[in-house]
Design a protein around this ligand. Structure first.
Ligand code: FAD
Ligand code: DHB
Length: 394
């Protein structure tokens, strides 16, 4: 077996793993990244679209903000609507913070380019990733590389950034690990279309037929989501049915607003669940991003939470491996989980406020809550603070 030594072995080259390698390099810490998928596959997955203020600040602070500043679209807030009413919540007025439309695909491209320029070692298309010796000072990751060579990376720490299906979470022993999970009785049908957005800012729409969201990726590309039943297949829906549902739920014709349809270029169904796995650290293994927690997408927290985790983890690992200072690493799990639970609550709250559950009592509560959020400064500020994002280290 081919063995190398590094300071941090990172499993997963998604946003959490790549940003961690970037932040570690800035601290003078060397890392090796391993990833099951190809570079092209990871870079082209259509996922998140909204960056909160602290994510944008962090990306600027670590030299990844140049294209974001040029091509990202700053939004002051969102529209919240239900039949007959549309209300703008202005996050800047309410909290002084804003959000940016900049796709996860773009963040990933910027990360790949920065790490390429930095000479980062990344093994793509690996198989059989396994974690070893996590309770020692020399944990290791083994895998088979794309050429069929068995490799071992021995490190001072292992970062599990391998998303919801990777092996890292399961490497925390059962008698130590505690998990919380909630599965929602509906999914999101995500649609990407080559058409200019019909709105200047995102529209979150409550509707008796189910929730709908009008988002965007650029001046020419729109992104939409529809609440659908859990067993929905993306191909069950014709393009005409998609546009009819979006028009009805988003309020085409209401107060003169129109939805412009266009060619659908991507479609996928996304199940929704909340999941938290604790602790986020076991021995020399540190979990970050979707490896430790999943939120339903309403409220756009998943990517932002992954960024917040590694913003905490990078300096903690640097202190551990460069100065033998264990304190920040010891505090990592508890500190990160405070934000994780805040975002878990916010995502659950946005989800349950906006989706149809079929319960008429809940429907009335949802409408009452929406009216309160849209009409009370206190209600609107609560949503805005959580949506635009709490400061890193909250
Ligand atoms: P991932 O991006 O999942 O990366 C983990 C990586 O680990 C993957 O590349 C995977 O291939 C790799 N891996 C897995 N197993 C192994 C293994 N055995 N060995 C090596 N590597 C492995 N979040 C937001 O903040 N805002 C949004 O607007 C938003 N919208 C979303 C819309 C959709 C449709 C979806 C699906 C998600 C959305 N999210 C959103 C969530 C966001 O995309 C995720 O939270 C984010 O990708 C988490 O990053 P990560 O690096 O932790 O995990
Ligand atoms: C997007 C995704 C979200 O989950 C959300 O709340 C807002 C926007 C998006 O993909 O554009």
């Amino acid at each position: 077996m081919d063995t190398v030594r590094t300071q941090v072995a990172i499993i997963g080259a998604g946003p959490a793993g790549m940003l961690l390698s970037h932040l570690l390099a800035a601290e003078g810490v060397e890392s090796v990244v391993v990833e099951t998928r190809s570079q092209e596959y990871v870079a082209s997955r259509i996922r998140a679209g909204i960056l909160e203020q602290s994510t944008v600040d962090l990306l600027h602070g670590c030299g990844l903000g140049e294209r974001l500043a040029r091509e990202g679209d700053r939004h002051r807030g969102i529209y919240l609507q239900w039949p007959g009413e549309r209300h703008h919540l202005d996050f800047v007025d309410l909290t002084g913070r804003s959000v940016w439309v900049y796709g996860q695909t773009e963040v990933q491209k910027d990360l790949v380019e920065a790490r390429r320029a930095g000479g980062q070692v990344i093994h793509y298309e690996v198989e059989d990733t396994a974690l070893h010796d996590l309770e020692t000072d020399s944990p290791a990751v083994t895998f088979t590389d794309s050429g069929g060579v068995a490799r071992r990376v021995v490190a001072d720490a292992v970062a599990g950034c391998d998303g919801s299906f990777g092996p890292s979470r399961g490497a925390v022993p059962d008698d130590v690990r505690r998990t919380w999970e909630k599965v929602y009785p509906y999914s999101w049908f995500g649609i990407l279309a080559d058409v200019a957005p019909s709105t200047d800012e995102l529209i979150y729409a409550w509707h008796p037929d189910g929730f709908a969201l009008h988002s965007m990726r650029s001046a020419h590309v729109s992104r939409f989501y529809l609440q659908v039943p859990n067993d929905t297949e993306a191909d069950d829906w014709s393009d005409d049915r998609i546009w009819e549902a979006l028009a009805a739920r988003l309020g085409h014709g209401q107060d003169g607003w129109t939805l412009t349809p266009g060619p659908v270029t991507d479609r996928s169904v996304l199940p929704m669940r909340s999941h938290v796995s604790t602790p986020m650290r076991h021995g020399r293994l540190f979990l970050a991003g979707d490896a430790a927690h999943i939120v339903p997408p309403t409220g756009a927290k998943g990517l932002n939470l992954a960024v917040a985790d590694v913003a905490l983890l990078a300096p903690a690992l640097a202190a551990l491996v460069l100065k033998d200072d264990h304190r920040p690493a010891d505090d990592y799990s508890d500190t990160a989980l405070r934000r994780v639970w805040r975002c878990t609550h916010f995502s659950w709250w946005m989800t349950t406020m906006l989706h149809q559950s079929g319960d008429p009592f809940e429907r009335e509560l949802q409408l009452s809550q929406l009216r309160w959020v849209a009409s009370s400064e206190a209600g609107a500020t609560g949503l805005a603070e959580n949506y635009a994002g709490l400061p890193i280290g909250f």
